[in-house]
Write a new protein. Structure first.
Length: 159
């Protein structure tokens, strides 16, 4: 049986990505026409690493940065979200072995400003890390969001 890959190994495996492809007919119903960039995991991680303390970014902003970088109409919503999740787990794995340059994944929110329950430690750990940086996390229905998250969005990312 093959050894299970670590999160850091998964993050480092670009699988021939990024690549830009035409938006399929099925996808065009939701995303329009044009092209979609399917990012490499390390590219998503590189954007997440640039968000400084006190600032935030959403998955949609990451997708927009990727699309602009690769001349695509959109960034793939599915793979971008998956690779942010992989980056988060790789960061916690790195921190567990004493790594100091870990990706501050807790600063990456869902598109509506809500916390990501799939990140390591769930919304509880993400909320604690955000509160430690001065953000206020509130509950709206079943979701936890950063209050006024749009005012803390990072404005410039080098890519």
């Amino acid at each position: 049986m093959a050894k299970k890959k670590t999160w850091r190994e998964k993050l480092a495996n670009d699988q021939g990505l990024p690549k830009v492809e035409p938006i399929t007919e099925k996808m065009s119903q939701r995303w329009g026409t044009g092209t979609v960039v399917i990012p490499a995991p390390r590219k998503v991680d590189a954007i997440m690493k640039q968000v400084p303390p006190g600032k935030l970014i959403t998955i949609n902003e990451i997708r927009q940065i990727l699309a602009a970088k690769h001349g695509a109409s959109i960034g793939c919503p599915i793979t971008t979200g998956i690779f942010a999740w992989v980056a988060a787990h790789a960061a916690e794995e790195e921190a567990a072995v004493g790594g100091t340059n870990v990706t501050p994944y807790w600063r990456t929110l869902k598109s509506d400003g809500s916390l990501n329950e799939k990140y390591p430690g769930g919304v509880e750990l993400q909320a604690a890390k955000l509160k430690a940086e001065g953000h206020r996390v509130i509950q709206k229905g079943k979701k936890y969001i950063v209050e006024n998250y749009d005012q803390a969005l990072v404005t410039r990312i080098k890519f």
